[in-house]
Design a protein around this ligand. Sequence first.
Ligand code: ADP
Ligand code: NA
Length: 332
Amino acid sequence: TFTPRVFSGIQPSGGLTLGNYLGALKRFVEKQDEGGETIYCLVDMHAITVWQDPTKLRHQTREMAAGFIAAGIDPARSILFNQSQVTAHVELAWIFNCVARMGWMGRMTQWKDKAGKNSENASLGLFAYPALMAADILAYKATHVPVGEDQKQHLELTRDIAAKFNNDYGVTFFPMTEPVIEGAATRVMSLRDGSKKMSKSDPSDQSRINLTDDADSIAAKIRKAKTDPEPLPDTLDGLKDRPEARNLVNIYAALAGMSAADVVKEYAGAQFGSFKPKLAELAVAKLSPITTEMNRLMQDPAEIDRILGRGAAQAEAIARPIINEVYDIVGM
Ligand code: ADP
Ligand code: NA
């Protein structure tokens, strides 16, 4: 019988943002609570594709683990671990580096965005990033990957790599993994620029809400968020060319568990001067219990390390036989 296996990850290259929470982490918890097999990874090997201060990386990895648990990931029901502790990821990534084509990688929009005009100076790891991501997923033969919209192209590439591996070696080995891109906020935008996604690696802290922010800074960031002078329209159509306004509505909807259409219905005609405090209140109500729990967990870093260590052993037990089969298929 077919059992869905869910895998996903987040880079500990900074703290968790509201974008990570709504687009990814909240979905991870839902998938866990639906009762499927769920495997979640702090992808530190991805984080170092851009230089990370070692002390900060170690801290951010623990803090992110605390954030996952505080948000509802239960280490008794999900496997939670750190990518660098399970070597299957980099082993399979090398094989996929030899399967994937340069041209495929060169077409990735995240590569183009992150490397920019100075691609000669970007790390080789940043270029190869999607092959490591494919390995993260396929080392477990995961069938479903909950992600934000920005990862859609990388998931398509994962399927291309799986298909080419299967074809090159004449096997039906890797599954065609399905992206799961769901919810009212699959692409949360920067609070300062409606054309950029909210990201932990954005140099401006004002552009994002962090899960570690206190109530006052959440309220201040939302109050200062860029909008236009128009009130909220009667229907979603009225937000078509208003990306900043649409973003705040999407955030409200995702936090409240409503559709964006229902939020607009409820606030039709309201000015952002009155909508923003409502949004801030909602954001604080939803996020502050997570922040509090995260801070509590961070007081015992040794316990976090124990949880990650147990998770790594569980992950290893699933991935190792799969990697051994891959070596056998390849002739090693
Ligand atoms: P970041 O850009 O913050 O470093 P990651 O690359 O670590 O994020 O992505 C981790 C997960 O969070 C991915 O599933 C990604 O799609 C999701 N995600 C990141 N930013 C956003 C966003 N602004 N809105 C929705 N989902 C997001
Ligand atoms: Na990213």
